[in-house]
Design a protein around this ligand. Structure first.
Ligand SMILES: Cc1cc2nc3c(=O)[nH]c(=O)nc-3n(C[C@H](O)[C@H](O)[C@H](O)COP(=O)(O)OP(=O)(O)OC[C@H]3O[C@@H](n4cnc5c(N)ncnc54)[C@H](O)[C@@H]3O)c2cc1C
Length: 288
């Protein structure tokens, strides 16, 4: 199939992009096009105008800002994963990106585009949730800051207003010594995950001082696991404790069954991945 007709405008500045978006209620931003172009071809999206932000080179950056690693809207997933700041200060972001599709997709797709698009089986919304990231946006009313905890509202749905553009995502840097793991199960390498999880763990003298857990592929949004985090925190950093928290977390899930996997299978995989991820995170942590 071919897309329905649309107007195409390549913005030369953020202000122009916002003006173009405001001028047509059916306009849509296009960044890397790795989700939007297939949706256009299948006529699942029929925008009146495509506002291309690809030329906004001022938004092509990775930087450290106030204890956060900030990724601009036009930075591609491949460039972000290879960036020295990411590899040194937030390697879980590089690990999460490495699970997205294939290298051709990561060469064009953007980190901010994945977060704005919000596929519930996507890696980066779950990581943003686990880290309490902030999504920086800009619209006709000026800058807007969205918290990841309230940003992902449903399948392909977010708190972003139709006339707002995501300009950057700020990922808080974990405390020194924090270990991490990013795990997922997919049918084939490069496929969207059936279930996946992000885990961050800090231990002090054999006790869990902080745990952060988020799952994806188990609901219409990524899922943070506050009960399991609370159960772990202050308890022993052992595989038995991890398995118990993983079982508790998985039992609280209500995934749906579909042609790819049943709800029971997703719960079982979630429990397994969480246990593995917590053990891997502990192995990567430096106990204070
Ligand atoms: C074969 C294949 C496999 C894939 N596998 C995976 C996978 O395993 N995991 C995964 O997470 N993704 C996967 N993807 C999707 C891919 O990672 C996309 O790059 C990503 O989801 C969207 O980024 P993009 O820059 O390409 O956004 P686009 O496709 O350009 O846009 C996607 C949506 O986000 C909006 N948008 C984009 N940027 C902004 C912005 N700055 N402000 C406001 N709105 C914006 C657009 O309007 C559009 O609605 C796959 C894609 C393909 C084709």
């Amino acid at each position: 199939m071919k897309p329905a007709p649309f107007a195409y405008r390549r913005a030369a500045s953020l202000t122009e992009a916002v003006d173009l978006l405001a001028a047509d209620p059916d306009a849509k931003v296009i960044a890397g096009g790795q989700s939007l172009v297939p949706m256009l071809n299948m006529r699942l999206a029929r925008p009146g105008t495509l506002v291309d932000i690809g030329a906004l080179s001022a938004l092509d950056y990775v930087d450290l800002v106030d204890g956060h690693l900030e990724v601009g809207a036009t930075a591609t997933q491949a460039d972000v994963a290879a960036h020295p700041l990411v590899r040194e200060r937030l390697p879980i972001l590089a690990a999460a990106i490495s699970r997205i599709g294939h290298s051709q997709i990561r060469n064009r797709g953007t980190v901010c585009g994945s977060i704005a698009h919000h596929d519930p089986s996507a890696e980066l919304p779950a990581l943003a949730l686990a880290l309490d990231a902030r999504i920086l946006a800009y619209g006709p009313r000026g800058p807007v800051v969205h918290e990841a905890a309230s940003f992902f509202t449903g399948t392909f749905d977010t708190a972003l207003a139709p006339d707002e553009i995501v300009t950057a995502v700020q990922f808080p840097l974990p405390a020194p010594g924090t270990g991490w793991a990013f795990e997922e199960v997919a049918r084939r390498s490069g496929d969207f995950a059936l279930v996946g999880c992000a885990a961050l763990l800090r231990a002090e003298a054999g006790t869990v001082a902080e745990a952060r857990l988020a799952l994806f592929g188990v609901a219409s949004t990524p899922v943070r696991l506050p009960e399991a985090e609370a159960l772990l925190t202050g308890g022993p950093a052992t595989e038995e404790a991890f398995d118990e928290a993983a079982r508790l977390a998985a039992a609280s899930l209500t995934p749906s069954s579909d042609s790819h996997a049943s709800a029971d299978y997703r719960r079982e995989v979630a429990a397994h991945l969480l246990g593995v991820a917590l053990a891997d995170a502990l192995a990567r942590s430096t106990d204070a």
